[in-house]
Design a protein around this ligand. Structure first.
Ligand SMILES: [Zn+2]
Length: 564
């Protein structure tokens, strides 16, 4: 007998054979056993999750000679013919290949005639969203007044492309993508029954590549069996699927666990010898980090069998794992932009090692912390900003406030840490007189003084860099200093004198020193921080999550506006 592909050979013939989808099966089973049937069912879900399989079993259940039930006998000629695709009253249409209105009309013209053999005439229309508008209209007419002996079973991967009028006349069931565990279990079952030897490591690889589709998993399994000449070896399967050699990632992960920069670079060097696909390396790394994070929370999970996941889970704390994951994710996004993929991976690895929080001091590990860094310009603002990671707070308490390097450290932790808390946007009272505090102070005065338009605009582009008793030192660029001539300067001094209740003198400096902020810049920073906090809290909102899951929607982050 010729080789029959696994997906066909192992197509479930009863509801109880189905993998997953228990929510759908339960509803259908009880409908069948109580004989409470609708005349049109719509099965939705991604490819290869069992839509047409469910529909065929349903058709069999309706027409079994033993009577309508959730457990068709499988022995009678009706059951047998449905199983072998020869049942005359099961009319299967692939709408992807039959979209013309005449075809559908031909099809529906016969609706009125009683079934030839069975109890019901069952129309199974696959990929129904592909029907043309006029075909849908023809279908709709039938759905509006369906003859009692007719049953429509529609299946689609894309229900959004269907007219609402048709959708509303169908009982809809959504079949979920299968989990890797469900797929692995099914593959195991089949391989044992087929007496095909396999390495344990192969099945998770196939399941992962199948991406939730059992049909894809089975056809990959077919290929792998052919590839390995009847045996499944993990090397062959990895080779076939183009997965990264696990062992090369092992060196990398080991170095990462020890936070050893030199060893990490060596591991990447060793990888280079195999000319790997670095995007795939990052994917593997992401999956490993994901597995490790799960093992930490659920030690009994099957990821614990993966040596690398286990190792990472033991060596690295939960927060850092999250950070690594985030960094790897960004690394993957930026990889095409890097001069070479290897450089992209190296930078990604360095970012993980250098920015990982150090458990002892609560500050970032940095090879050196020079007093002034280019990013210091944005650093101090984040201190009172609403987004502050727990670590950043801890670090702030542990260190003297005036230490020049500390603001830089805080901001990196605050922005890099994905588990930032979102407190309300109330700037805490500022005690120190750093540039950050001066910037906030200056902004507050300007808001309170309400000086005329042009002067206000000018002042908002000056940074308050020093306050000595009654003398305020303002810094600006050359052009603005020119504009802030005698009259405007004294106007500003007058306004400040009135605001502060004592004579104030302004001293002008040029240019704006590093680390200082103008009110305009400060406001921008605050807006950005508020937006980030809003985004974070939306992302953490369980109701929004539920809504997005339900609608398979996506949060358009660019539309988020923080309210004052
Ligand atoms: Zn039967």
């Amino acid at each position: 007998m010729s080789y029959q592909v696994l997906a066909r050979k192992w197509r479930p013939r009863e509801f109880t054979d189905m993998v997953g989808q228990s929510h759908v099966l339960k509803a259908l089973t009880s409908a069948l056993s109580q004989q409470r049937l609708h005349h049109a069912y719509l099965f939705t879900g991604t490819r290869g999750v069992g839509k047409t399989t469910v529909a065929r079993i349903f058709a069999k259940a309706l027409n079994c000679e033993e009577g309508v039930s959730a457990t068709p006998c499988g022995q009678c000629s009706a059951c047998f013919e449905v199983d072998s695709g020869r049942f005359v009253d099961l009319i299967e249409v692939d709408a992807a290949s039959r979209t013309k209105v005449e075809d559908t009309r031909d099809l529906l013209d016969n609706v009125q005639y009683l079934p030839t053999r069975g109890r019901y005439k069952v129309y199974l229309i696959d990929e129904v969203h592909m029907l043309s508008n006029s075909s849908f209209n023809a279908l709709l007419k039938t759905l509006e007044e369906p003859p009692a002996h007719v049953m429509f079973l529609l299946a689609t991967t894309d229900p959004q492309k269907m007219p609402v009028t048709v959708l509303s006349r169908c009982l809809q069931f959504h079949l979920k993508a299968l989990t890797p565990e469900q797929i692995v279990a099914r593959l195991q079952h089949i391989l044992v029954a087929e007496k095909i030897a396999y390495d344990d490591a192969t099945l998770p690889m196939v399941a992962k590549a199948a991406n939730g589709s059992l049909r894809d998993a089975l056809s990959l399994l077919d290929q792998a069996i052919a590839h390995g000449q009847g045996v499944l070896k993990s090397d062959d399967v990895r080779d076939m699927l183009g997965f990264v050699e696990h062992t090369s990632l092992a060196g990398f992960v080991a170095a990462l666990c020890q936070k050893d920069v030199a060893a990490t670079m060596q591991a990447i060097e060793a990888m280079e010898a195999f000319a790997p696909d670095y995007l795939a390396v990052l994917d593997e790394l992401l999956s490993t980090l994901h597995g490790a994070a799960i093992v930490q929370q659920l030690p009994g999970s099957h990821y614990a069998d993966n040596e690398l996941c286990k190792r990472l889970a033991d060596a690295i704390d939960a927060e850092t794992l999250q950070l690594y994951y985030q960094i790897a994710l960004h690394g993957k996004r930026d990889l095409p932009l890097a001069p070479s993929p290897r450089e992209g991976l190296e930078m990604c690895a360095l970012r993980m090692l250098v920015f990982a929080p150090n458990e002892n001091s609560g500050t970032a590990q940095r090879p050196e912390t020079p007093a002034k860094k280019p990013e210091a310009a944005t650093a101090p603002v984040r201190q009172p900003a609403p987004v502050a990671a727990p670590i950043a707070v801890a670090a702030k308490k542990a260190e003297p406030v005036s230490e020049p390097a500390s603001p830089t450290t805080h901001v990196e932790l605050a922005t890099a840490n994905p588990v930032a808390t979102t407190s309300e946007a109330k700037p805490e009272p500022i005690v120190d007189k750093g540039l950050c505090a001066l910037a906030s102070q200056w902004l507050a005065w300007l808001d309170a003084m309400k000086v005329p338009g042009l002067l206000d605009n000018l002042a908002r582009h000056c940074a308050l860099v020093e306050q000595q008793d009654d003398v305020l030192a303002l810094a600006a660029d050359h052009q603005r200093i020119e504009m802030l001539n005698g009259t405007r300067k004294s106007e500003l001094e007058q306004a400040l004198t009135q605001q502060l209740g004592r004579p104030i003198r302004i001293e002008i400096r040029e240019p704006i020193p590093e680390g200082a902020l103008t009110p305009t810049q400060l406001q921008k920073e605050r807006e950005a921080a508020k937006r980030a906090a809003a985004e974070q809290s939306l992302n953490n909102d369980p109701r929004l999550r539920e809504l997005l899951d339900l609608t398979e929607g996506r949060l358009l982050t660019e539309t988020i506006r923080a309210l004052n």
